[in-house]
Design a binder for this molecule. Structure first.
Ligand code: FES
Length: 369
């Protein structure tokens, strides 16, 4: 069944590429203009290709966690010109409000005539970085730490919590470049290198490459930084929940806050894992708790093993979170939620947080970890 769907997926990708090639040969769209953010930038490009690739060829990088396959929804842009109806390949990833606002998937719509678009200003600073793998290490049996030293450009500016897209080269039967998004785990003060926590996803193109093929001194390309998951500049208590490799952006945020002396806020970090072998970076957060009296670290195991000798919190992270809301946290303070983990964990945590008084627009999350 799975093999059949891969085959169908592969055939559709080949078909889609053939249609693009035939379309641009048969229909010569000539030179067209792209107006970005009401005249902030104007590009003259050859028409016919998808908006996403047309922009990236001009050095403007829109997030594209699925590499333009129409499955991640990260590449949304607001189109101000009439470019025709929503395509069947876009519809599943756009909600009604987005459709009304003319939000489109830039990997699916083609630039066939002059077009005006709006993108977040911060995307002007996303770039391609070339780097070299400085270090890889096993954080758990299925999560690797990867540190990449930047070569060209050799420094990066980003907000803690943001992510980069790693460009995975062809290997084995994968004969095309693939891009996947990974949160940055290092602090923005460390400008010359970036660290990532990458969990092995069975059958995952990028994670299999990172776990089984990537070696120290390998060259690596990255695109970014991207993302809206960063610390909001308020006085509210921060309630952070991380699962698995979702610890990466939270580690970056916590390290960044401490380094910048933003220690007047209460920060609660709930880290959910199955058993002791799934926990990592414990020393870092336990040490942070000693240095920062408003930082509270709560690791919890849902299935502790007898040999774990665990005497910390147990149960689902949502239950632990609910218990702390009622028994340990100040009920009268403003709170914000910061979540990073599986979609299931995030949806369940949003429910617990809203039931405990955090409004949904104050809950920030990254679901791809
Ligand atoms: S790049 Fe993933 S849907 Fe467009």
């Amino acid at each position: 069944m799975l093999a059949a769907s891969f085959l169908i997926g592969g055939l559709s990708a080949v078909l889609a590429t053939m249609i693009v090639v035939v379309d641009s040969v048969v229909n010569n769209y000539g030179e067209v203009k792209i107006d970005i953010n009401n005249g902030k930038k104007e590009l003259k490009v050859n028409g016919g290709a998808p908006l996403l690739t047309t922009l990236s060829e001009q050095g403007i990088f829109i997030p594209s966690a699925c590499g333009g396959r129409g499955s991640c929804g990260a590449c949304k842009v607001k189109v101000l010109s009439d470019i025709g109806p929503i395509l069947p390949t876009e519809a599943p990833l756009l909600d009604e409000v987005e459709m009304k606002q003319n939000i489109r998937l830039s990997c699916q719509v083609k630039v066939k005539s002059d077009i005006a678009i709006e993108i977040p200003e911060e995307l002007f600073s996303a770039k391609i970085f070339k780097g070299v793998v400085e270090k890889t290490n096993d954080l758990t049996y299925d999560i690797k730490g990867v540190k990449i030293k930047l070569v060209e450009p050799n420094e990066i500016e980003f907000k803690s919590g943001q992510y980069m897209q790693l460009v995975i080269p062809p290997y084995e039967k994968i004969n095309e470049y693939t891009q996947r998004a990974y949160s940055i785990a290092s602090s923005p003060s460390q400008k010359e290198s970036l660290e990532f926590f990458i969990r092995l996803v069975p059958g995952g193109i990028a994670t299999t490459y990172v776990h089984n093929y990537l070696k120290e001194n390998d060259q690596m390309e990255l695109v970014g930084p991207f993302g809206e998951f960063y610390m909001r500049d308020t006085d509210a208590d921060m309630i952070c929940v991380a699962g698995g490799s979702g610890l990466a952006p939270i580690k970056s945020i916590v390290a960044d806050m401490f380094e910048r002396g933003i220690t007047n806020r209460n920060v609660w970090l709930f880290f959910g894992a199955r058993s002791l072998k799934d926990l990592y970076y414990m020393d870092f957060f336990q040490d942070m708790e000693k240095k920062w009296d408003r930082f509270h670290f709560v690791p919890a195991l849902s299935e502790p093993q007898p040999e774990d000798n665990w005497n910390g919190e147990t149960g689902l992270i949502t239950n632990v979170l609910g218990k702390y809301f009622k028994e340990k946290m100040d009920q009268n303070t403003q709170k914000e939620g910061y979540l990073c983990g599986s979609p299931g964990m995030i949806n369940a945590c949003i429910k617990v947080m809203t039931e405990n008084g955090i409004s949904e627009d104050k809950i920030y999350y990254d679901k791809f970890a």
